[in-house]
Design a protein around this ligand. Structure first.
Ligand code: C5P
Length: 228
């Protein structure tokens, strides 16, 4: 079984890297943030902006989140409705990070993610994959880029999808999320000692993919896990 773990800051290109590596190495890619975003969307639609542990506990059984695949594309469903596009809005990213602070929600995410990783040769991205979800992953990356660069990427993405977006607001939202992800009590985002740090501020997506691909091949080959 091959397990690759990718963590890093919002907008650091984790998704693109995982899509690139999964294509080249024939792995399944699970975007774990999508699961928390689906939970965030659920509470957002109910009109909640503050998320308490009690609220999560009360609603967790009403939240049926499933992940399917159409080819390589992850389809995230909330109570049988495809919410894959809707959850990409920055406001839902904000809601996801508020949900992520809550232990019960995070435990659910960890459970779904580990089950996935036991079934498939895969690559998972999130905030606590290298540290908590897959501490024994074969290869681990931690991605970062300057806040300005990350905000610009997220802003451009939102515009391309037809969402309203304001660059300064996106920047503030990402900074707030980063801070929350790093400082939460349960399963915070950390850069583990065995993760390879990749700052791609001045790299294209393709350069990031190529760089990480070479390192992955080396590591898998050392482990005798390279598929022919
Ligand atoms: O990666 P993405 O921006 O989709 O994640 C949305 C939010 O979900 C993050 O800001 C973070 O708070 C949370 N998250 C997390 N742990 C994960 C994946 C996402 O805390 N494994």
């Amino acid at each position: 079984m091959i397990n690759i773990a990718v963590d890093g800051f919002s907008g650091s290109g984790k998704g693109e890297l995982c899509r690139g590596l999964s294509e080249k190495l024939n792995l399944k890619h699970l975007d774990t943030g999508a699961i928390l975003r689906a939970m965030g969307l659920y509470f957002y639609k109910l009109g909640f902006t503050e998320i308490s542990e009690e609220l999560v506990e009360e609603h967790l059984n009403n939240l049926n989140i499933t992940v399917d695949f159409e080819g390589d594309k992850q389809i995230t469903k909330l109570n049988d409705e495809d919410v894959s596009l809707e959850i990409r809005q920055e406001i839902i990213g904000q809601m996801a990070s508020r949900v992520a602070v809550r232990q019960k929600a995070m435990m659910k995410l960890i459970e779904i993610s580990r089950e996935f990783a036991e079934k498939y040769d895969c690559i998972l991205d999130g905030r606590n994959i290298t540290s908590e979800v897959l501490p024994d992953a074969d290869v681990k990356f931690f991605l970062t880029a300057s806040l300005d660069c990350r905000a610009k990427r997220r802003h451009d993405f939102a515009i391309s999808k037809g969402f309203e977006s304001n660059l300064q607001e996106v920047k503030e939202s990402l900074a707030e999320r980063d801070d929350r992800d790093i400082h939460r009590d349960f399963s915070p985002m950390i850069q583990t000692e065995d993760s390879i740090l990749v700052d791609n501020t001045n790299m294209t997506i393709q350069e990031t993919i190529d760089y990480c691909y070479d390192l992955t091949i080396q590591k898998l080959s050392t482990l005798g896990k390279l598929k022919s």
